[in-house]
Design a protein around this ligand. Sequence first.
Ligand code: HEM
Length: 404
Amino acid sequence: MQSADLPVGVEQPPEAIRSREGQLSPFDWYAEMRAEDPVRFDEQREMWDIFRYEDVDRVLKDHDAFTARRTREDNEFSSDAEDDTGMLQTMITVDPPEHNRLRGFVDERFQPGSIREYQPRVEAVTEDVLDALAGKEQFDFVDEFAIPFPVTVIAELLGIPAERRDQFKAWSDALIARPKNGTQTEIQRIQQERQQARQEMSGYFTKLVAERRGGDGDDFITLAANTEELSREEKVGFCILLLLAGNITTTNLLTNAIWSLEEQGLTDAVRTGAIDRKQVVEEVLRYRSPVQSLNRIAIADVELNGKQIQAGDVVTLWLGAANRDPEIFDAPEEFRPEQRPNRHMAFGMGVHFCLGAHLARMEADVAMQQLLERFDRLDANLSNLDPLYSLYGLKSLPCEVNRT
Ligand code: HEM
């Protein structure tokens, strides 16, 4: 994931997959690296790349040797370190035992039982977003469905009043915006916009957290407001983290699902129930993982697969490569929703395992069900795909539909 939202991340993709084609399909490179150089040091990026499932798993679980803290200073968004919004005090960039304090108060609310209770609200949001497409025979799946849907779900669960939701989406867009090119002016522009959005959001959440303290609402802001475990800044940081960690990732899961189903000619099989939707979601997570890589920083000298990693070294863990490791998966380069067991790592591993995993799964399931019910034909145009260049997804996915 990216530096500002989730720990460190791939600021500059490795040379081998920097092209449009490489970004769309880094999988041949992963296969080559897994076989030939599974733990390699990239001189250009000055960091290690780790490709095999077993090695990625080990690093993610070894908190004594690898930290999730974000201490690398030489990335374009390093000014985030001075940020005063509590971002650095969220669960995602701290190690145990501090991590337990920052996550413990909310863990229960993201377990499957609690998530099931949110389903009717997620269904209602899906209907609203689909209603906004009424009358259209063509639309961009990314812009008009996959982006607004998860933002609205989070706004709903945080308890953001409906009239503030447009503003909320604008903040969310600013927080995930990437520079359009590598010029200093463009990078500065993005940094400023992001900083401004952070400050505005931070002010907004600070106010809401104060207002909801002592309240009995079941929204996440009230939950954070009422916990004794977190400082005021940490409560605000938590609210912003939910936005950052949960939106573009879910957008990409939805986009990658339609992309994969259309590419494989399986959309109708899912519509008729011949293929199980939940298994499709898991297979999309494995086959086109929205988060292809995570970073950690070594805090001890460690030997990994015969290579000596030193304290202070940055490691990139290629979840996308681990998720196609033939040691773990049969026919890993094929899209096989019936694949069982599907022990993919798309949500990470260890203590930082995605807090929102069950929510994301439910959102994807509900979204696919309603989309396929609403449209009896959904043709995605796969002829000119434009990769996202940050997390793994597409910038747009034009679709033509017929209504049932
Ligand atoms: C952590 C992926 C959706 C909230 C993570 C991590 C991954 C991930 C790989 C581990 C990061 C690390 O170890 O450094 C995804 C994917 C999603 C998704 C692929 C959608 C398909 C969501 C949603 C939410 C969410 C919907 C919340 C509403 C979080 C949080 C963490 C996290 C709070 C940090 C957990 C911790 O540090 O203990 N996610 N995520 N994610 N995710 Fe997700």
